[in-house]
Design a protein around this ligand. Structure first.
Ligand SMILES: CC(C)(COP(=O)(O)OP(=O)(O)OC[C@H]1O[C@@H](n2cnc3c(N)ncnc32)[C@H](O)[C@@H]1OP(=O)(O)O)[C@@H](O)C(=O)NCCC(=O)NCCS
Length: 278
């Protein structure tokens, strides 16, 4: 294995300046005294998709507009769409109504050329949204494209966390990420589960990924699992039970195959995860 830290890669001057100006303007609008996040979402998506079009309302009022175009235009306004958590009986309607426009903007903007695979703008744009959606968002949060959440407002994220592409962060029962947590592509982290008899019976359980945890490619962590600090869930694994600090768990169900060689002698003396018996 070779040590390959990410290299510094600068965007060109024009794009950098334009992105910076827009993000500053966007952030200022979000934090304005009477900011209407629904309106900001609608206008941002409209500007992204219809750069040279007439104003949103003028466009919508055109009588010759095809029905599909009208429906799509309406959908730019989060008042006119529904998101799955709005159907959940346990949603805090007021909290969700607050974050809904930012979630909708996040998901929709990810489908534009501005975000998607566009790392520089996408990461910075999502960080602005995350800081206003999550219960807590630490510094330097880095999130790639097509991440999805349940409520968004039940998610706590520490400093320097990285979430890669196509990750599901289900925070319905609460989800806590410590500092320097890394979640790889296509991983799924759950915090709710359904009864095997009555599907409508839901159990919400907070899932915790402690400091320096790595959940790797295509792994799944089930509701209520606590992955101890520096723990790792291997590619394609299904973590049904707690992962001890510094352990590497793989397989279905995930089992420990090794303790990381850098584990300190007191790796198990943690207040968060019970001491190992053996
Ligand atoms: C967790 C991981 C690093 C394990 O690597 P490792 O400690 O070097 O383990 P080994 O390759 O020595 O394998 C030990 C045993 O576990 C098995 N194993 C390893 N990874 C496995 C996995 N993801 N699922 C099931 N079994 C696995 C091996 O086949 C081997 O079995 P054997 O003893 O019967 O031959 C690796 O599985 C993994 O998930 N890599 C993901 C890559 C990564 O780092 N992603 C993050 C990028 S941000």
């Amino acid at each position: 294995m070779a040590l390959l830290p990410l290299k510094k890669f600068e965007l060109n001057e024009t794009a950098s300046r334009v992105n910076q100006a827009w993000l500053a303007e966007f952030e200022q609008a979000l934090d304005g005294p009477k900011a209407d996040w629904y309106r900001i979402c609608r206008d941002t998506l409209y500007a992204a998709w219809y750069p040279a079009g007439a104003g949103y309302e003028a466009q919508l009022a055109k009588p010759q507009l095809p029905a599909a175009s009208r429906a799509t235009l309406l959908a730019l306004d989060p008042h006119n769409i529904t998101l799955e958590p709005e159907y959940y009986a346990d949603v805090d309607a007021a909290k969700f109504a607050r974050v809904k426009p930012l979630l909708w903007l996040w998901y929709s903007f990810d489908r534009t050329p501005g975000a998607g695979q566009n790392v520089d703008l996408g990461v910075r744009f999502r960080r602005i949204l995350a800081e206003r959606i999550f219960a807590r968002c630490g510094k330097n949060f880095k999130c790639f494209q097509h991440t999805e959440f349940s409520f968004g407002y039940n998610l706590e994220v520490g400093d320097d966390c990285v979430v890669h592409r196509h990750v599901l962060l289900d925070d319905r029962g609460g989800l806590t990420l410590g500092d320097r947590v890394s979640i790889s592509d296509y991983a799924n982290i759950y915090s709710h589960t359904h009864s095997i008899v009555e599907q409508k019976e839901v159990t919400n359980l907070r899932t915790v990924l402690e400091d320096d945890v790595r959940i790797t490619y295509h792994a799944t962590v089930l509701a209520g699992v606590r992955v101890g600090r520096n723990g790792m869930v291997g590619a394609g694994a299904l973590a049904t039970k707690d992962v001890k600090p510094y352990h590497v768990n793989v397989g279905i169900p995930a089992k420990s195959i090794r303790v990381k060689p850098n584990a300190p002698a007191d790796a198990y003396a943690t207040l968060r995860v019970p001491k190992r018996e053996e």
